[in-house]
Design a protein. Structure first.
Length: 119
């Protein structure tokens, strides 16, 4: 069984900052990538940022230069620091982890946390 516990999020004015964290536990052997996705009302879920085992992060273009993803390998925790927030960043943010399960990988998701940016 895999548990993902998210924290952070909330309401902030445009230009403000928020941070998210997600701690993974349970049967997480083979843990590879950890990351964040978001889903705005009426839109599909989209990648925000991902950090693989190698530690080289990947960001979606809309958040480059504003968001920073980091990972604590010892605590199996991923963080997302969000600066210069915009109203269009408003969405439910989901933690994602990938576990190596031969022959491929399997995705697990957090429960989601709301981020609301007011103009």
């Amino acid at each position: 069984q895999v548990q993902l516990v998210e924290s952070g999020g909330g309401l902030v004015q445009a230009g403000g900052t928020l941070s998210l964290s997600c701690a993974a536990s349970g049967s997480i052997f083979g843990l590879s990538a950890m990351g964040w996705y978001r889903q705005a009302p009426g839109k599909q879920r989209e990648l925000v940022a991902l950090i693989p085992s190698s530690g080289v992060p990947n960001y979606a273009d809309p958040v480059k230069g504003r968001f920073t993803i980091s990972r604590d390998y010892a605590r199996n925790t991923v963080y997302l620091q969000m600066n210069s927030l915009k109203p269009e960043d408003t969405a439910v943010y989901y933690c994602n982890i990938q576990l190596r399960r031969s022959p491929g990988t399997r995705d697990y998701w957090g429960q989601g946390t709301q981020v609301t940016v007011s103009s």
